[in-house]
Design a binder for this molecule. Structure first.
Ligand SMILES: Nc1ncnc2c1ncn2[C@@H]1O[C@H](COP(=O)(O)OP(=O)(O)O)[C@@H](O)[C@H]1O
Ligand SMILES: [Mg+2]
Length: 267
């Protein structure tokens, strides 16, 4: 397999309270250079587990994960990770947060400043450089996170439901921002979501995972034209694709709901 990111027959089992939970079973997939892939699937199907393995935060029980052909065996500095929560330093300003990774890399102050300005500009936070996270809305904090990750220039962007905590309107604005940023940066991106609409707005390709244990259930190429804006949602092609994706997802969500019902009935 030749993708930038590869999961090769990956299984992940967690041992919890004396019993084993198989989160993913024999999952294989491949992400190409510059591609924006959305992973979608029912709650608990192992989306975060897969992303955390790509980031090197956790190791598979079997199989392997590769970045440009090399096994990922520890925390992978070439991957930039954005979570649902904002993970900013509350005691640092916007600029301080965006510059942090560069400072760690030993980038000199003037250069840091220049790079930070570029990315603060990209996420449209000019004028807020000296604000602290607590002074910003959720959407703005997530923009700072994005600027911080992008400033470190990772080879791959891993995003785990980064907009889930935002209200519906802010989420749309952020989706539009991310579309624009991706047009410019063309960074290889894996974006986890459980929103079919979000996946269709953002992706080049949608990978639907089955209910736990997660496996690849379907891969759908998203040929909606780029450059895109969020109003692509109004197009007939969008509706058609949404029906197709939902067809794959629905059955898995039902299985998940049924499994949850049975396990709570079993007590
Ligand atoms: N550290 C862990 N210990 C035990 N079980 C875990 C752990 N992390 C995840 N799981 C279990 O693995 C499954 C997949 O979890 P996760 O990857 O978070 O799902 P998703 O992100 O798709 O909602 C779930 O059943 C979850 O409870
Ligand atoms: Mg998750």
């Amino acid at each position: 397999m030749s993708g930038v990111l590869v999961a090769d027959h990956v299984t992940k089992t967690f041992s919890a309270g004396g019993s084993d939970v198989v989160a993913l079973r024999d999952l294989s997939l491949e992400i190409a250079e510059g591609e924006f892939v959305c992973l979608i699937g029912a709650s608990g199907c192992g989306k975060s587990t897969l992303l955390n393995m790509f980031a090197g935060f956790i190791q598979p029980s079997a199989g392997q994960l590769l970045l440009r052909g090399q096994p990922i065996t520890g925390i992978e500095p070439r991957c930039g990770v954005v979570f649902q929560s904002y993970a900013l330093f509350p005691w640092k300003t916007v600029r301080g947060n965006v510059e942090f990774g560069l400072k760690m890399k030993g980038v000199p102050a003037a250069e840091r400043h220049r790079i930070a300005d570029k990315f603060i500009d990209l996420v449209k936070l000019n004028g807020f450089e000296n604000h602290y996270p607590v002074e910003l809305s959720g959407g703005m904090q997530q923009r700072v996170t994005l600027a911080r990750i992008l400033a470190a220039d990772p080879e791959v962007l891993l995003m785990d439901e980064p907009f889930a905590a935002l209200d519906a309107m802010t989420r749309q604005v952020m989706q539009e921002e991310l579309l624009r940023i991706h047009e410019q940066s063309r960074k290889t991106t894996v974006f986890v979501t459980h929103h079919v609409d979000e996946a269709l707005i953002l992706s080049d390709r949608i990978i639907v995972l089955s209910a736990r244990p997660g496996r690849v259930k379907a891969i759908v190429a998203n040929n909606l034209p780029r450059p895109r804006r969020v109003d692509i949602q109004l197009s007939p092609d969008f509706a058609k694709m949404k029906a197709e994706i939902w067809g794959h997802v629905e059955e898995e969500v039902r299985k998940h709901v049924e499994a949850t019902r049975l396990s709570s009935a079993a007590g």
